[in-house]
Design a protein around this ligand. Sequence first.
Ligand SMILES: Nc1ncnc2c1ncn2[C@@H]1O[C@H](COP(=O)(O)OP(=O)(O)OP(=O)(O)O)[C@@H](O)[C@H]1O
Ligand SMILES: [Mg+2]
Length: 301
Amino acid sequence: MKTKFPIHTTLSADAIKVLERYEKELGAKNIVLEKALLNLDSTRFKAKLDTHNIDRLIKRVTTGIPGMDDFLEGGFPKGFSIVVTGPPGTGKTTFSMQYLMEGAKNGERCVFFSFEERAQQLVQHFARFGWDVGKYIDDGYLEIFGISMLTSEEMMEIIDSHKPDRVVFDSVNVLTAPGDFRTSTSWRGLHRLLKKNMTTAILVTEKSHGIETKHYDDFDFLGDGVIFLDFVQTNDIDTTPMPVMAVQKMRATHVDHSPQPFRFTNNGIAKYRALNLPSRVLQERLEKRRAERLGMSGDEI
Ligand SMILES: Nc1ncnc2c1ncn2[C@@H]1O[C@H](COP(=O)(O)OP(=O)(O)OP(=O)(O)O)[C@@H](O)[C@H]1O
Ligand SMILES: [Mg+2]
């Protein structure tokens, strides 16, 4: 026997039951009620999506920095472009290479575009942390383009053919000024390609000021995340400046934005919370440094 009423496949099972009951009583199709139920369904779907489901939709990429993943709800959100920035010699290249080592170790494809250092130099430099960078290159998990003179179009070709999971650009200041990066169509193309391929990228950028200065460039706005590395004196007796990192921004992630101490170990860098150094103390130090700077230059900071 042919069914008298249409099957409402786009509705949820609950909504279909309601609709069928009314249509049976009415003896006809009820379009108004069907639409109302459809709206109700989509609101319900959105509500479900907005709460716990969104967390499941975002995949996390492990950073390779001990202590960092727990701090970032499991790691960098997959497909994000993270700006790793700071003044000279604060560990930006180390952070980035450690991130690629983690990927290569897990069998992911990694590409390092270095615009200032030779590949051989990087391999030798990081041997001190016990990282066998050369082995990952030989095994095909890592590709380093040292003192790269590549254009953005050539890099796009490489990314398109390699389809890497992780990419580092060190540093993008060598390539372009922050303002140009954001407006140039070729760089926007590169950015779009990274997003399309769900490549999780680190964009190393340079700052000529410390963490206490609130000056932001276009790279900071463009990045999905910003991690600032710096050295800060934290103790009056031991005046050795201590390395700190601050996650100034990480979209889709709850983070503590206050600067966190980290250290250089025999195996690379590791984030840690020193028991004798509450973040309040660190904050006070930074404010002091900021005030001193303001007194010295009279600049707006
Ligand atoms: N074992 C270690 N202990 C303390 N500091 C270390 C150790 N190994 C490296 N460093 C520090 O790391 C810094 C260099 O790291 P890296 O090259 O990653 O910095 P960078 O921010 O990329 O520098 P640049 O701005 O020159 O590119 C140096 O300042 C060095 O003092
Ligand atoms: Mg560097």
